[in-house]
Design a binder for this molecule. Structure first.
Ligand code: FAD
Ligand code: DLZ
Ligand code: SF4
Length: 507
């Protein structure tokens, strides 16, 4: 294909699918060549879920069309193109040769791994800051500077002030910053939950599905049925569907889990925000407007907005503040390999089985399934946090290291020693029983504390506390649990140690 004479190559990565991405803002439509490339290295550095690979390729192809319609010249390299070198580095090298310029411009990648590689490219690309976040990496570093402990809640309040979201002057709407005490109700199945909107694959997506089926059949996950939005318009329609049908119940049932309801009142838009199809601030403004119109209550709107301008921005700040060292953290010195059932779902623990099966089908699980079931089990069993991290990065359609790593290493596995979470998210079966309907279909008895039929989370929880006594006993938020353990009879303590040893030996 012939290209016009160019003065600059603008590289757009698969999670930069926004028309107002920094690298496009100053570019000249009449001369710039936009380079997009499907490369095997990005699909296989961890073996991403088949649905995730298909989603990204299809969204990239649709975005290339969107850019062409807007008058840009796009040089799009498909995975199966002859001579595709298979990596960003190789494709930029080939493009430099093809277009006769070494002037390469790119918006900073989301992942340290890619940035580090880019900085060594012979073309020495100009790397522009990614301004799709509300808090720049420099502003986060300033915020963190000199603080004894970093806590999301204080960061979040600053983000509310900065954006004006749910603010009345300098005061939070309703007089409180956080309405979580109204949230987190268990759902018992009698509530109605809307289904997620499902988008029929168009010709572009069908072609991608065939490619993924051919090239990545050995990756985890079901490729079909494929229903994700792959265009900006569809992603907006998914957001509108959430606001109209699910947002009102978002806070209430945010932490519940039901076997037959994979999505409950969750938005299922993380994958669209993270790849650039939805803008995080615009999403929050739509949610705020729904509250201002009286469509939803404050606890729902506030709870949702906090996830985006609070948690999402906060974990990204931590990631760039602490990388590359953060990925090597292992404060609890956990070394167990990841059990096979994280891939097969083949376990008698009904909760873990349900979450893995759902993950295989949908490349999606909601926050509490990730944190309190698969994450909690890995934490209690002492699984190597790096192996846990690679699993989460591979299996979820919304997973990129900048957001997945702090959630996994920090929040879920306490591998950063408490930088991100003030205490480990460890829980016994009672928590899962309270928040879900998984236990009634389980071969284990959630009420039994010890013995072969007892819920493994019950004794593994105490065993975890015992194993990490030296590190965790002094944590004021754990004091009550240690006091409870101390009061258990010697016989019970022995039974806990025996059951945990037997169970873990069989893993
Ligand atoms: P909802 O529950 O509807 O929440 C709305 C939005 O808030 C999400 O789309 C997301 O943009 C944001 N959000 C909510 N919680 C978080 C959080 N803790 N961190 C960052 N953003 C948040 N989120 C990812 O986007 N990518 C990941 O790879 C990822 N890995 C995770 C791994 C673990 C171990 C845990 C415990 C959480 C992880 N999360 C991750 C956070 C959260 O689980 C997902 O953002 C959420 O489940 C996405 O589904 P949703 O769009 O339906 O979100
Ligand atoms: C995740 C992913 C996949 C599977 N494939 C591609 C690809 O072929 N081309 C591309 O530009 N981006 C892809 N991505 C997203 C990148 O991994 C992501 O842009 C980097 O990790 C930086 O965050
Ligand atoms: Fe999970 Fe235990 Fe309940 Fe079984 S009994 S579903 S293992 S919490």
């Amino acid at each position: 294909m012939g290209f016009k004479k160019t003065s600059e190559i603008i590289l757009i990565l698969g999670d930069q699918l926004s028309p107002d991405i920094a690298a496009l803002k100053t570019a000249d439509k009449s001369t710039a060549i936009l380079l997009m490339c499907e490369v095997a290295a990005e699909a296989t550095y961890v073996r991403h879920h088949q649905k995730k690979v298909a989603f990204i390729f299809s969204a990239m192809r649709h975005f290339a069309d969107e850019l062409r319609r807007a008058g840009w010249t796009v040089d799009y390299v498909r995975l199966d193109d002859h001579d595709n070198s298979g990596s960003f580095r190789g494709e930029v090298k080939r493009a430099v040769k093809r277009h006769g310029t070494t002037n390469v411009i790119v918006t900073a990648p989301g992942e340290w791994r890619v940035l580090n590689d880019m900085q060594g490219w012979p073309s020495k690309p100009t790397i522009l800051p990614d301004d799709r976040f509300l808090c720049s990496t420099a502003d986060f570093a300033d915020w963190a500077e000199g603080r004894k402990a970093l806590r999301m809640e204080y960061f979040y309040r600053d983000m509310r002030r900065k954006t004006g979201l749910l603010m009345n002057g300098d005061q939070p709407e309703g007089g409180q910053w956080n309405y979580d005490h109204d949230n987190r109700k268990p759902a018992k199945g009698e509530q109605h939950f809307p289904d997620v909107p499902r988008f029929a694959p168009d010709a572009i997506t069908l072609e991608v599905l065939a490619l993924v089926a051919e090239r990545f059949a050995d990756h985890f996950g079901d490729l079909e049925p494929f229903w994700f939005a792959t265009t900006r318009a569809e992603a907006h329609s998914a957001l509108a569907h959430f606001v109209d049908h699910a947002l009102a119940g978002f806070g209430d049932f945010q932490d519940s889990m039901l076997l037959k309801e994979k999505f409950l009142n969750h938005a299922v838009i993380g994958l669209y925000i993270n790849c650039g199809l939805l803008d995080p601030l615009a999403v929050c403004r739509v949610v705020e407007a729904a509250y201002r119109k009286g469509q939803v209550r404050l606890n729902a709107a506030e709870g949702f907005i906090r996830q985006i301008i609070g948690w999402r921005e906060y974990v990204r700040g931590i990631y760039w503040l602490k990388m590359p060292g953060y990925a090597g953290n292992n404060a609890l010195e956990a070394t167990r390999p990841l059990p096979d059932f994280y891939w097969s779902g083949n376990t008698q623990m009904a909760c873990v089985r349900a979450c893995v099966q759902q993950t295989r089908e949908e490349a999606y699980a909601h926050h509490i399934q990730r944190l309190m079931v698969t994450g909690n089990f890995a934490l209690l069993a002492g699984v190597d946090p790096h192996a846990v991290h690679l699993w989460y990065l591979a299996v979820y359609a919304d997973a990129y290291e900048w957001v997945e790593l702090p959630n996994t290493m920090g929040m879920s596995q306490f591998a950063d020693g408490g930088l991100l979470a003030s205490k480990p998210y460890a829980a016994s079966g009672a928590y899962i029983h309270r928040m879900s309907d998984y236990c009634k279909g389980c071969s284990f008895d959630v009420k039994a504390k010890n013995g072969p039929g007892a819920c493994p989370f019950n004794y593994l929880y105490w065993d975890f506390l015992v194993r990490h006594d030296a590190r965790l006993r002094g944590n004021p938020r754990m004091a009550q649990m240690y006091r409870t353990y101390d009061k258990l009879s010697d016989e019970r303590k022995l039974a806990i140690a025996d059951d945990a040893r037997l169970f873990l030996a069989k893993l």
